[in-house]
Design a protein around this ligand. Structure first.
Ligand SMILES: [Zn+2]
Length: 436
């Protein structure tokens, strides 16, 4: 097993905890002294730096939420010197004010280091040729990947997202061994390859895929590994995780795919019950809360990510001692309330992807009929498969028992459902007063 920085990646857990407590105390002081919004908030709640001495004290520090970043757009949460800021990213903000993140030179260095650790853990070697198809722009993803990959000595082709035929041509011309982008884009590129008569196993050399930006079930991961030839070439797909509020992508799984490693020396990981806001026990599901312990420009304390996860604090088979997200249960935001029942699109994907007859293209439609909510999933078969009425009825039964709500299934012809080069949009809410 190769490491980028073995002593840091395998340091004893007590040392990770000590580092976290020390860094948290330093970070809250930095923020208190340099940010007016946070100083006021910390004074109001009594969680001032002098009072934060132990782990119990950290629990008194108020959570930060997405609305805090938006309401303070663009620079209300800046704690570092504006003169030292060298990069500005933000979310697309298509549904409102963007969520910003700004970086000092040191912040970019830490981000690069986290990503470099991830890539080595995931199996990247010096000499790998990487087609980097995460968006290069305001979105944090592409740049985090780019700098991390260069740091480990890989050869990066920064294609950004899209231009699928060119992506395939470049893969053949340059013998690309690693592909990065969203899982939906990986699915799409595999489909276009087959359409163009390119067999990824015979005609391409892809060995690893690093895919993030949207949730991905184990079933979908297995399919992508197979379709794009990762598995046939002795590698596989790695899942990536990150969010703009924490500086971008910063966590991935290793070659053992036993959960996504989050670097504890740079991020404090907490898992809370979203209702009581108390810590949940290790290995129990809850909302992920992260603190950026190392950034200086715009560090965020106790950020409620909205992601429902299970975290393990046990050492991974690879020897890395840092916390791992071992299960992703969906985003709190993605939860649909359908006639009083909570439905997560990830649950639907879980059921569908167990069926080899169904393609990775599907859409969930929430509608309304005579004042009642309805749920329907539109599916496409894979090429050469016939799907009959009996199959549909069986699938509807299976969805009902898993979701605990009636879900109709509608068969669509191959190629009729939307494809995505970036993040997939899986839900169409056609209710008059869509409740999200
Ligand atoms: Zn590991």
């Amino acid at each position: 097993m190769a490491f980028f920085d073995e002593p840091m990646e395998t340091m004893p857990q007590e040392r990770i905890r000590d580092t976290q407590l020390q860094k948290f105390k330093k970070q809250i002081r930095h923020i208190f002294e340099n940010n007016a919004f946070m100083r006021k908030r910390l004074l109001e709640t009594g969680a001032v730096p002098e009072e934060i001495k132990s782990w119990e004290d950290i629990k008194k520090v108020p959570f930060t939420q997405k609305k805090d970043l938006r309401e303070n757009y663009p620079l209300g949460l800046l704690s570092g010197n504006w003169e030292d800021v060298v990069r500005i990213h933000m979310t697309s903000g298509t549904t409102g004010v963007p969520t910003p993140m700004v970086y000092s030179r040191n912040d970019l260095e830490i981000w690069t280091e986290c990503m470099a650790r991830n890539f080595v853990a995931g199996g990247i070697k010096k000499g790998d040729i990487v087609q980097q198809a995460h968006g290069l722009g305001l979105f944090t993803g592409g740049f985090g990947f780019h700098y991390g990959l260069e740091r480990v000595g890989a050869k990066v082709i920064p294609t950004g997202a899209g231009g699928t035929e060119r992506q395939l041509r470049l893969m053949q011309e340059w013998g690309t061994t690693v592909f990065t982008g969203t899982p939906s884009y990986a699915v799409y590129i595999a489909e276009i390859a087959i359409e163009k008569g390119i067999d990824p196993v015979k005609d391409l050399k892809l060995r690893l895929g690093f895919h993030g930006g949207e949730p991905c079930s184990d079933e979908l991961r297995a399919r992508i590994s197979e379709r794009l030839g990762y598995k046939a070439h002795g590698g596989g797909m790695r899942v990536c995780y990150g969010l703009t509020e924490m500086g971008g992508p910063m966590a991935m799984d290793c070659e053992y795919t036993q959960g996504i490693h989050i670097w504890g020396d740079h991020y404090l990981v907490e898992v809370i019950d979203p209702v009581t806001l108390e810590d949940v026990e290790p290995n129990k599901p809850g909302e992920l809360v992260l603190t950026n312990l190392s950034f200086e420009a715009m560090p965020i304390l106790r950020y409620r990510t909205g992601d429902r996860v299970i975290v393990s604090f046990e050492t991974c088979e690879c020897g890395r001692t840092h916390p791992r997200i071992v299960s992703f249960l969906g985003r709190v935001d993605d939860m649909l309330l359908v006639s009083g029942t909570n439905v997560f699109p990830s649950q639907v994907e879980y059921v569908l992807m167990k069926h080899p007859e169904l393609s990775e293209n599907w859409q969930l439609v929430v509608g309304e009929k005579k004042g009642l909510h309805t749920l329907k999933v539109e599916i496409e078969p894979v090429a050469g498969v016939e799907i009959d009425e009996t199959y549909i009825l069986k699938l509807e039964k299976e969805l009902h028992s898993y979701l605990e709500i009636t879900c109709k299934v509608e068969l669509k012809s191959i190629g009729s459902l939307p494809r995505f080069e970036g993040k997939a949009v899986r839900v169409r809410d056609e209710r008059k007063n869509a409740m999200r």
